[in-house]
Write a protein that binds this ligand. Structure first.
Ligand SMILES: [Zn+2]
Length: 220
C-alpha cells in the first residue's frame, strides 16, 4: 500500500512539474504493478541495482527513431507491460519487460510524455537506469523532420535544466559506454546493433545545443 501511495505521489508531482515550460502532451502507457515488478527485476538483474521504486536519476538522454511510421503504432507496441509472446527474441531472453521510452516526438514536432520522466524505461542496454529515452517517429527511409529536430532541442534543454543531464547521445552510440563506470549490464555479450536516430540528426542537434556543453560518448 505504501508503495502504491508513493507511486501515485511521484506520478502527480512529476506530471504537474511539466506543462509549465514547454508544450508536452501526457499520453501515458500502462505502468501497472506488472511493469513495476519487471522494471525492479530488470534494475536488479541487468543493472545490479536493488531499489523499491522503479525510479531513475537521469544523467543521459538517448535519442531514437521508432522505425515505425506512425505515433500510434509505436504507442501500441510500448503499451503492454510485457513483451508480446514470440516478439523480439533477441531481447526477450534477458527480460520479459516490454520496451518503452519516456518521450515520443511525432512528425509534426508534438512532444508526448509516455510516463513520468524519472521512471524506468527499457530502451538502451546498459544505461536504462540513468537514461531518458526520446523516440522520434521515423526511420532511415522516413527521415526525421525539422519540426522533430526543434522539438528534441526544446526537450533536451528542458530536461537538462530539470535533471542536470550530462550526456546526449544517439542510440547507435550506446556501446561506447562499455568499460566506463556508467555501463551496467551483467552479461558482457548482451548487445544489439543500432543506427537510430542517424548520424546527421545527431550532428545537427549537437550543433544547435552547443551552448549546453553536453558530453557525447565518453573518452575511452
Ligand atoms: Zn533506439
Amino acid at each position: 500500500m505504501k508503495k502504491l501511495i508513493l507511486f501515485i505521489l511521484l506520478c502527480c508531482s512529476s506530471f504537474l512539474a511539466v506543462a509549465q515550460e514547454i508544450k508536452i502532451i501526457d499520453k501515458p502507457i500502462i505502468y501497472d504493478s506488472t511493469r513495476i515488478r519487471l522494471s525492479l527485476e530488470y534494475l536488479k538483474q541487468r543493472h545490479g541495482i536493488e531499489q523499491e521504486t522503479p525510479t531513475i536519476q537521469p544523467k543521459i538522454i538517448v535519442l531514437h527513431w521508432t522505425a515505425a511510421k506512425t505515433f500510434s503504432s509505436t504507442f501500441n507496441a510500448f503499451n503492454p507491460s510485457k513483451l508480446p509472446n514470440g516478439d523480439r527474441k533477441d531481447i526477450a531472453t534477458v527480460s520479459s519487460l516490454n520496451t518503452s521510452s519516456q518521450y515520443m516526438v511525432d512528425r509534426d514536432g508534438t512532444i508526448y510524455r509516455l510516463m513520468p520522466d524519472n521512471y524506468f524505461a527499457r530502451h538502451v542496454i546498459g544505461l536504462n537506469y540513468c537514461a531518458i529515452g526520446v523516440e522520434n517517429v521515423g526511420s532511415a527511409d522516413f527521415p526525421l523532420t525539422d519540426a522533430q529536430l526543434k522539438a528534441n532541442e526544446d526537450l533536451v534543454r528542458y530536461l537538462q535544466k530539470k535533471y542536470k543531464i550530462e550526456y546526449l547521445i544517439g542510440h547507435y552510440e550506446y556501446t561506447k559506454f562499455k568499460g566506463t563506470p556508467l555501463w551496467k549490464e551483467t552479461n558482457p555479450n548482451y548487445q544489439t546493433g543500432k543506427t537510430d536516430p542517424g548520424v546527421d540528426f545527431m550532428r545537427r542537434i549537437r550543433t544547435n545545443l552547443k551552448d549546453l556543453a553536453l558530453k557525447g560518448i565518453p573518452a575511452q
